[in-house]
Design a protein around this ligand. Structure first.
Ligand code: FAD
Length: 196
């Protein structure tokens, strides 16, 4: 049998691509490695121990919720195919041997309190970082779902304002400098480095 497209691998990206191709009326064959029991690649849940169901890779679906596939129900994942999101109040933790581990909570006040246990200053720095990120969020979420701008054009756009120039310095800098400039506690820096 002939197909318009053969998609190799059945992770989230290839399945999404295959769905859009099929939705456009094209015939699609998806091939998955035999060793995998279930489609979905890194976004499938795994059970390493009978007590826990855990995410294989992805545990914080932040930008996905702004994706038109879900937001505009383009692939009917929830309404037709029964997709359900199970949100956890604490998606991420960094354990430390001396007990100074940190947990990321989705509840903002709780997340700030958790950091303040280790450093009041870092809790304020985190609050400021979140405020800055919230300002950028509309721009970022629009940018994620359109063809990327040429790099130079994007950088020129950032140069047009003081805020943009600050972002440019941080984008072009390295993670260690970014964390050192904002946070004091090594535990908080290690925890935040994950997101970088
Ligand atoms: C540790 C970790 C944490 C992450 N955390 C997040 C997060 O919090 N939020 C988030 O949004 N994203 C997260 N990601 C990223 C997310 O998991 C990936 O972006 C996503 O899984 C990529 O999807 P994909 O379809 O490109 O590849 P994959 O999900 O890797 O799927 C590829 C599939 O192709 C199969 N395959 C490979 N080669 C062949 C072959 N030759 N023939 C047949 N099949 C093949 C593989 O078995 C696999 O099933 C994380 C990733 C990692 C590694």
């Amino acid at each position: 049998m002939a197909y318009d497209f053969v998609v190799v691998g059945a992770g989230s990206n290839s399945l999404t691509t295959a769905c859009y191709l099929a939705k456009a009326g094209l015939s699609v064959l998806v091939l998955e490695l035999e060793r995998e029991e279930q489609c979905g690649g890194g976004v499938v849940s795994v059970q390493p121990d009978p007590r826990f169901i855990h995410d294989g890779h992805a545990m914080g679906y932040l930008m996905l919720l702004a994706n038109p596939a879900l937001k505009d129900n383009e692939l009917e994942l929830e309404t037709r195919f029964g997709l359900e999101f199970a949100y956890t109040p604490a998606p991420f933790a960094s354990p430390h041997p001396n007990g100074a581990g940190l947990i990321s909570y989705t509840d903002f006040d709780r997340a700030v309190k958790e950091i303040a246990r280790i450093s009041e200053r870092d809790a304020r720095a985190y609050t400021q970082l979140v405020e800055e990120a919230n300002e950028l969020l509309p721009l970022l979420s629009r940018g994620f779902f359109m063809p990327p701008m040429p790099h130079e054009g994007f950088m020129r756009l950032l140069n047009d304002s003081a805020k943009g120039r600050k972002i440019r310095v941080e984008l072009e800098g390295n993670v260690i400098d970014f964390l050192n400039a904002r946070f004091e506690s090594p535990h908080v820096k290690v925890h935040m480095a994950k997101w970088a």
